[in-house]
Design a protein around this ligand. Structure first.
Ligand code: FAD
Length: 452
């Protein structure tokens, strides 16, 4: 009989350090096939947006280089996991498969594979790697999932301390398996190539993630109490690295516990609680897997969203609404694939409340354009702003984007960076009257109140 081999199936965990599945396979000692599977065929899986595809391309190149240093390489395959993985198992004679767990609807794919592979005598070993607290480990006293952040995070902090990060394997014995060519996946934009701003802003991959974390620990964390100001770099910008699992929350948590300045230490609990919001979103998505399409609070099914006016929607997407902070945010998103959190809230409120457009329309635009587009965070945050979500802002609290800008961008540092033509005739008049549209939104909300 030929020597048994192992398959490590990497998904949202594109790193070699603190990767329990990869480490377990390495420690087993058998030759390892490291698989990345582009699955656009399984029912229920949402295809990646364009900015995420750009990120994935570069992240896979970085991962392959890290694996090469350890003695292995990345095997690329495309198709439905339920077909591709069992076929690869037979092809390479694997008797064990390792992966880190997922918490979105993709977990149904994993659960079915676990059963079918085990029926064929293949061992399947899964691990926790992308969250500090797996969703089923934190429940209310009554055993229900948490729907409100504060008690969720309180319970998290009072529960068993998350594990320390695990090291990268010292070496891997790679098992040769044929790989598709990354170029054939055509993940990068070509006609036109709109990724210039993304290339200038980001370094996808594990090393880029750790450099970003170090930069934040040295310069950003001490400013984190000013995290609502988009004009300064006070937040970590780790979100796309976390989304693709180039860095784990365990590694972030571990790094910020020590070796930081007293100024930074003062902001530590706040920073970790923002990481906690990511955990909360995963918890919500796990229990409400259709969060990206269905109102979490079902009384919002009665909300009379207008049909988006194509002209207004385009003006929002392209940053031509005539509301400077909204336009600055949408242009930052288009240019860099990222937007500051405070500004995300403002543009989302403007779309759902001043333009009365269904939050799902905005969620889809973000899904396509964000490099950190995340099944849990994006859906949960859009619903949060729209008022239909878990622990959501009350619908009637409509942001005034002009006052928000005065408060959080008082010197217009952010606005002028993205809207340099602000004081010229080129800049458009507002596409909507803020006061009148706010009143309309509040009137529309009556339908939800009636449905309660
Ligand atoms: P930091 O402040 O440095 O926080 C560190 C990490 O904590 C982040 O990288 C992120 O993983 C997590 N985090 C921080 N704030 C939040 C939050 N409010 N909710 C959940 N997690 C948080 N975040 C995404 O990762 N992907 C998305 O697709 C996404 N879509 C959003 C859509 C809307 C409408 C809104 C209002 C917010 C959205 N967010 C999303 C949340 C938040 O805006 C980003 O996580 C944050 O701006 C990332 O910047 P940072 O890494 O510098 O954050």
């Amino acid at each position: 009989m030929s020597q048994p081999s192992s398959i490590v199936w990497l998904r949202d965990d594109l790193r070699v350090a603190d990767n329990p599945a990869l480490l377990a396979a390495a420690e087993r000692g058998a030759p390892v096939v490291v698989l990345y599977l582009l699955d656009e065929a399984s029912p229920g899986l949402r295809p990646l947006g364009a900015a995420s595809r750009w990120w994935l391309h570069h992240s896979l190149i970085a991962l392959d280089a890290s694996l090469a240093e350890l003695g292995a390489s990345l095997t690329l395959r495309r198709g439905a996991a339920s077909e591709v993985l069992p076929a690869l198992v037979r092809e390479v004679g694997a008797d064990a498969v390792f992966w880190n767990r997922r918490y979105s609807a993709a977990r149904d794919v994993d659960a079915e594979l676990k059963v079918s592979l085990r029926e064929e005598g293949v061992a399947v070993c899964s691990f926790a790697a992308s969250v500090l607290y797996e969703p089923w480990t934190l429940t209310t006293g009554a055993g229900d999932p948490y729907k409100v952040f504060t008690p969720f995070w309180k319970a998290a902090l009072a529960s068993e301390e998350p594990r320390a990060p695990v090291a990268a394997p010292h070496a891997l014995e790679g098992h040769a398996a044929e790989s598709e060519l990354l170029e054939d996946w055509e993940l990068l934009p070509t006609r036109p190539d709109w990724a210039e701003g993304l290339r200038a802003t980001w370094t996808p991959g594990e090393q880029g993630a750790h450099e970003r974390l170090e930069h934040f620990v040295e310069d950003g964390l001490a400013l984190y109490h000013r995290r609502d100001e988009p004009g300064i770099e006070a937040t970590s910008r780790l979100s796309p690295h976390l989304r693709f699992g180039e860095i784990s929350p365990h590694q972030i948590r571990d790094r910020v516990q020590e070796g930081i300045s007293p100024e930074a230490a003062r902001n530590l609990a706040t920073f970790l609680s923002e990481v906690g919001w990511r955990e909360f979103s995963v918890n919500i998505l796990f229990h409400w897997p259709d969060l990206a399409t269905v109102n979490f609070r079902r009384e919002f099914d009665e909300f009379p969203w207008g049909r988006p006016d194509p002209g207004q929607l385009e003006a929002w997407q392209e940053g031509r609404t005539g509301i400077p902070i909204v336009d600055a945010g949408m242009r930052e998103l288009w240019a860099t694939g990222w937007m500051h959190n405070r500004v995300r809230m403002i543009v989302a409120s403007f779309l759902t409340k001043n333009l009365l457009v269904d939050w799902r329309v905005g969620e889809e635009w973000f899904w396509d354009t964000l490099v950190d587009a995340d099944p849990a965070n994006n859906a949960a945050s859009w619903q949060w702003v729209a008022g239909s979500g878990a622990d959501a802002a009350p619908y009637f609290r409509v942001f005034n984007p002009l006052l928000q800008a005065e408060k959080f961008d008082p010197d217009q540092e952010y606005i002028r960076r993205w809207v340099p033509e602000l004081d010229t005739e080129e800049y458009p008049d507002p596409i909507v009257d803020l006061k009148a549209s706010r009143d309309e939104a509040l009137a529309a909300y009556e339908a939800v109140k009636a449905a309660k």
